[in-house]
Design a protein around this ligand. Structure first.
Ligand SMILES: Nc1nc2c(ncn2[C@@H]2O[C@H](COP(=O)(O)OP(=O)(O)OP(=O)(O)O)[C@@H](O)[C@H]2O)c(=O)[nH]1
Length: 248
């Protein structure tokens, strides 16, 4: 297998969002995760930026397609259009700015309304390295996370602390939800009409799919495995894998 083919082999594909107020460090977190370096010349994001990386979660290769959204209010209508179909999100505030923490509820409402009720969200209190300037305690943020069913970590895009962990923990939780059927049972692709939506949440191997009955294998017009799915132009097939989505 060529180097490119090998690096593109994965079991699952998840769409991720990075959301939160402007200046909290979203672009720097993404850069640190992908490049393992601090981006010290970060400017405000215009609209959205994109990054991707394959990670190993408990022996499974998961490709994360990550959309880094602009935090500035003037881009809100653009960034909202990227939420649909997201399986996971990093919800970022800056531990040195109470204003960014106070905005979390609005971001959360948007994510659950526009992406999915099932979206797995990890709250990231970024700029952990600036502890001396802290305006938000670890304890209050962890209470907020608990009350809102979020995972929680304090991160530093500068030092790299907990950055990889944030993405990996979020992906692991999504995998757990898939394995336990939560995502399929709640986000059912129940009617062919629903399938017109261009949702690209996850990709599973055909053997995995055969072992677990999903709406796809319950009489809907599609084939699994090496053939293309029929009738869904937005869905493309891979040689040894089948592609399926989760409704937002
Ligand atoms: N000390 C410290 N500074 C950080 C950290 N992360 C980001 N910064 C700084 O915070 C500023 C904003 O970072 P960005 O990554 O551009 O913020 P953003 O959330 O993407 O901003 P928007 O694109 O406007 O939404 C920059 O000056 C970064 O250098 C961190 O972990 N520690």
């Amino acid at each position: 297998m060529s180097q490119t083919a090998m690096s593109e082999t994965y079991d699952f594909l998840f769409k991720f969002l990075v959301i939160g107020n402007a200046g909290t460090g979203k672009s720097c977190l993404l850069h640190q995760f992908i490049e393992k370096k601090f981006k010290d010349d970060s400017n405000h994001t215009i609209g959205v930026e994109f990054g991707s990386k394959i990670i190993n979660v408990g022996g499974k290769y998961v490709k994360l397609q990550i959309w880094d959204t602009a935090g500035q209010e003037r881009f809100r209508s653009v960034t909202r259009s990227y939420y649909r179909g997201a399986a996971g999100a990093l919800l970022v505030y800056d531990i040195t700015s109470r204003e960014t923490y106070n905005a979390l509820t609005n971001w959360l409402t948007d994510a659950r309304m526009l992406a999915s009720q099932n979206i797995v969200i990890i709250l990231c209190g970024n700029k952990k390295d600036l502890d001396a300037d802290r305006e938000v305690t670890f304890l209050e943020a962890s209470r907020f996370a608990q009350e809102n069913e979020l995972m929680f970590l304090e991160t530093s895009a500068l030092t790299g602390e907990n950055v990889e962990e944030a993405f990996v923990q979020c992906a692991r939780k999504i995998l757990n939800k898939i394995e336990s059927g939560v995502i399929w049972s709640k986000s059912t692709l129940s009617t062919p009409a629903n399938l017109k939506l261009p949702l690209t949440v996850l990709k599973v191997s055909s053997s995995w799919l055969r072992q677990r009955p999903t709406p796809f294998s319950q009489g809907l017009p599609c084939t699994i495995g090496e053939r293309e799915w029929t009738g869904f132009p937005h869905v493309f097939a891979f040689r040894t894998t089948a592609f399926c989505g989760s409704i937002a």
